[in-house]
Design a protein around this ligand. Structure first.
Ligand code: FES
Length: 149
């Protein structure tokens, strides 16, 4: 028996109360393989305590737009038979860094150019920073850059 199995387990109600996630969400995470539980002889779920960290991870991942399949892939790198170590959690955080950096850059671009777009109002699909955030023509300024007088 591993040390993971010797840790006191918690009910789904306790997990919900401590994680701030509805029991229905916990069941959904479990149905999708993001968390797991054991069952009592009466069929009630029991979770290892590290489920709370996993749920916090899932919620953080969802808040930055990761799909369930991506979250599942990240979590698949963690051990099933014991609580993950600090290093193992840090490895997952490192995997996320490029994606988070990209999202931050996109949000910073929108923040910095939103006032220009509001003042412009052209809503050009070719050059608008809001409607087409990756468009290079927008670097020349707001408005339709390719139209001539
Ligand atoms: S409204 Fe965005 S560039 Fe004109």
């Amino acid at each position: 028996m591993s040390s993971h199995q010797l840790e006191p387990e918690i009910t789904i109600g306790e997990a919900a109360a401590r994680s701030g996630v509805a029991t229905s969400a916990l069941r959904f995470y479990e149905e999708n393989g993001l968390i797991s539980s054991s069952r009592t002889p009466g069929g009630q779920r029991r979770y290892a305590r590290d489920v709370l960290r996993r749920v916090a991870f899932i919620r953080a991942a969802q808040s930055v737009g990761l799909k369930l399949s991506e979250i599942s892939e990240s979590l698949s790198g963690l051990p099933d038979d014991r609580a993950p170590s600090k290093d193992e959690w840090e490895n997952i955080a490192e995997e996320w860094r490029p994606r988070l950096d990209s999202q931050i850059a996109t949000l910073e671009g929108l923040r910095d150019n939103l006032a220009l777009c509001i003042g412009c109002g052209c809503q050009s699909l070719d050059s608008c920073l809001i409607f087409n955030p990756d468009d290079k023509a927008s670097e020349s300024g707001p408005g339709a850059q390719y139209l001539t007088d």
